[in-house]
Write a protein that binds this ligand. Structure first.
Ligand code: GUN
Length: 293
């Protein structure tokens, strides 16, 4: 069993991005600038956004954090989005989800200029991705594709089972893996809460992508020997042996599943770090106008 190490890989890619920033500086070009909008006090969102900002600093990108209280109105948030759309120095920005209940996430996503949508959540980017056109790919699926590529995981003709049909992970992941080319050319099964006999579906998989948000859900006897397992889950569970009283686990029962796999991502230290790295890669693409002129 080989670990798909998101920590090592994300550091490698970040070093490459930092070298690109140096080249841009030497040539007197524009430094990539990512902005992040965080509304409310969701603790997980705060951790994720801080990690995005810290990663920008680490590689020499410019970053801006726009932080607002949970009482922020939808109109106020739409105004912030408009300002970021109009700011020529901001190459790309994200609005961290989930938003407080009184704000319509769909409306906010639609308000983001798709040319600055480095999260790849806007329907223009999603539609272009689905048709195989150049687009900002959603960060988590993009990070996973990059991980498969850099670890030379064979995908052509493989059967991939995706657990979870969310707009930001499961659905785009299923589209990307079924696309022509590498990584891709998989036969994909997209499973969800209404799937009959989920363990039987997962047993057929050469590649499993677990993105359902249920701690340690995928069990050892569901996984075929030699499978590649990508665990997207980040769940906090109680653990009395830890000083904090809790620890992070994925959607896969790692200790049971890992010995059966050819490759598996750990949690933490797997997909999560690749998500942040993919966002940085998208920001560089935005700055270079690689997708939209
Ligand atoms: N919430 C969970 N994942 C993400 C992400 O990739 N981007 C944003 N904006 N919000 C999220």
């Amino acid at each position: 069993m080989e670990l798909l190490d998101g920590k090592v890989l994300s550091e490698t890619i970040k070093a490459e991005l930092a070298a690109e920033v140096d080249k841009i500086k030497q040539a007197g070009g524009k430094i990539p600038h990512l902005a992040a909008v965080l509304v409310g006090e969701d603790p997980a969102s705060q951790v994720y956004v801080k990690s995005k900002i810290r990663s920008c600093e680490q590689i020499g990108f410019k970053s801006t954090l726009v932080q607002r209280p949970a009482e922020t109105t939808e109109a106020e948030l739409l105004e912030i989005v408009q300002q970021l759309n109009d700011d020529p120095d901001v190459d790309g920005f994200i609005v961290q989800l989930p938003l407080p209940k009184h704000i319509n996430e769909e409306k906010v996503t639609l308000a983001i200029d798709y040319r600055k949508d480095v999260d790849g959540f806007h329907p223009v980017n999603f539609g272009r991705m689905a048709q195989g056109m150049p687009a900002f790919l959603p960060a988590t699926p993009f990070g996973i594709m990059e991980m498969l590529r850099r670890y030379n995981i064979e995908t052509s003709g493989k059967h991939c089972v995706v657990l979870g049909r969310s707009n930001i992970v499961g659905t785009p992941m299923s589209l990307l893996l079924s696309r022509k080319g590498y990584p891709g050319d998989c036969t994909v099964t997209l499973t969800h809460s209404r799937t009959k006999d989920l363990p039987a579906e997962v047993r057929r998989a050469d590649i499993v992508v677990a993105a359902i948000g249920i701690p340690q859900f995928v069990k050892a006897d569901w996984v075929k020997d030699g499978a590649v397992v990508i665990d997207v889950g980040i769940n906090r569970i109680p653990d009395a042996t830890r000083k904090s009283g809790s620890r992070l686990v994925g959607d896969v029962d790692f200790d049971g599943v890992a010995p059966k796999c050819s490759h598996i991502t750990p949690v933490p230290g797997g997909v999560g770090l690749m998500t942040v790295t993919a966002l940085l890669m998208n920001t560089l693409k935005a700055c270079r106008k690689e997708i939209y002129s």
